[in-house]
Ligand binder design. Structure first.
Ligand code: ZN
Length: 412
């Protein structure tokens, strides 16, 4: 191993104290004093690895190790240090700390490089504070919506104000966007946040891409009535329709055994929500994800047909609002090949897996090629203080990231 496992573990342990909740949990919201504390600590490690650091006006922490030819597009690595309100120690943190370890190892081994290398902790990846994530990564590639900065948190603080309080000047953020072509490629190491690697007993996975989600809100309208008197065949029961649609979604996404397609109904509102009134109005959310866009399109069509048929069957009116739709973003084949090669050199059998969750890499993928390395999550648990990846696995991930970076730096 080139990387220093002990140092890496010490960094994880030190970072886990900032925003610590309970024994193993983390609450480190974006653009807060706690995140700033994390940035200061991480910046000191970046500087120790030879990087110059600054916080840009999107709230990203950026460390830069200058190459011999700083005019070349940069090799960028990173992830995020903000956490969920009831999160773990590894989500996001892994990608930042492993990238710093890679740079430290590069400088210790005097690896000459033409390109500059940047490690970024992206601002507000998680998105719960302002109810919309990937702020910093979208920011640097010019993909923010004008309303993003006006969004308010639950205390009424706008993102604009939070950025100013954080020491940023949002009026100058446009200057912090990266010009097209200025990023050579992006590498993100992340914990898997799912059970595939753990169940397969594999420490490392090579990500094939980030699945494209469809997020809908479906509304069904029936007719309220007394649950004791309206005969079954005369009812327009909106909740019954929602139940059938939930099952239909499950059946659609499980048509092909083993396929990575996932579909979920996880929130539901019932009106008037009285035990003796037939549900008149029900709204619920649908989350459908797949890495294969053609299959996803096919399933979307099937689902729309099913909703239509079920609504007709129960004499319901319905509407489907598309809250968010994104196409899958595939990792670059050439980067995947390099990552596979590093895994083989370490005698790791690394399967290719889809990422269901979003990551900062999804935004950066619109600016350059990208690759992702997944590290096994115990029992697939994430966004939970029980989230756990072993330091051994994280060190292996960092070693794979190191080998990948060295090989990419040899390409000029
Ligand atoms: Zn994350």
């Amino acid at each position: 191993m080139y990387i220093n496992t002990t140092r890496l573990q010490q960094h994880f342990e030190a970072m886990s104290l900032i925003g610590k909740i309970g024994e193993t949990g983390t609450c480190r919201p974006a653009m807060t004093v706690l995140e700033k504390e994390g940035f200061n600590l991480v910046a000191s490690w970046m500087q120790d690895a030879g990087m110059k650091t600054h916080i840009d006006n999107f709230g990203n922490l950026i460390g830069r190790l200058k190459g011999n030819n700083p005019t070349l597009p940069v090799l960028m690595m990173g992830s995020h240090l903000d956490s969920q309100p009831y999160g773990g120690r590894f989500d996001g943190v892994a990608g930042v700390l492993c990238a710093i370890e890679v740079v430290k190892t590069l400088t210790e081994n005097n690896i000459a490089h033409e390109r500059s290398i940047e490690v970024i902790s992206f601002a507000d990846e998680e998105g719960w504070r302002f109810n919309k994530g990937l702020y910093g990564s979208k920011g640097i590639v010019g993909m923010l919506d004008p309303e993003d900065i006006e969004r308010k948190d639950k205390d009424g603080i706008s993102r604009r104000q939070a950025l100013i309080d954080f020491g940023c000047d949002p009026t100058k953020s446009a200057a912090d966007e990266y010009k097209p072509g200025s990023i050579f490629c992006f590498l993100e190491l992340h914990i898997e946040q799912g059970p595939v690697l753990d169940m397969g007993n594999k420490p490392i996975g090579v990500v094939s891409g980030i699945s494209g989600p469809i997020w809908w809100t479906v509304k069904l309208k029936g007719m309220a009535g007394h649950t004791g008197s309206v005969p079954m065949h005369l009812r327009k029961d909106a909740l019954l329709g929602a139940a059938e649609i939930t099952i239909a979604l499950y059946e659609i996404v499980t048509q092909i055994p083993g396929a990575p397609t996932v579909g979920t109904v996880a929130t539901i509102n019932v009106f008037p929500a009285s035990r003796n009134i037939i549900a008149e109005e029900v709204s619920f959310t649908i989350d459908l994800r797949d890495i294969d866009i053609e299959r996803r399109n096919k399933y979307e069509k099937q689902l729309r047909d099913k909703i239509d048929a079920i609504a007709k069957k129960h004499a319901l009116e319905y509407s489907i609002a598309e809250d968010f739709v994104s196409e899958p973003r595939y990792c670059a084949n050439w980067i995947k090949e390099i990552i596979h090669k590093q895994c083989e050199a370490l005698h790791l059998e690394a399967p290719e897996i889809m990422s269901g969750p979003f990551h900062d890499a999804m935004a950066i993928s619109y600016a350059c090629d990208y690759g992702m390395i997944f590290v096994r999550s115990k029992d697939g648990i994430s966004h939970n203080p029980l989230e756990y990846s072993s330091y051994q696995d994280l060190a292996l991930g960092a070693e794979v990231l190191y080998g990948t970076a060295v090989e990419i730096l040899s390409i000029v």
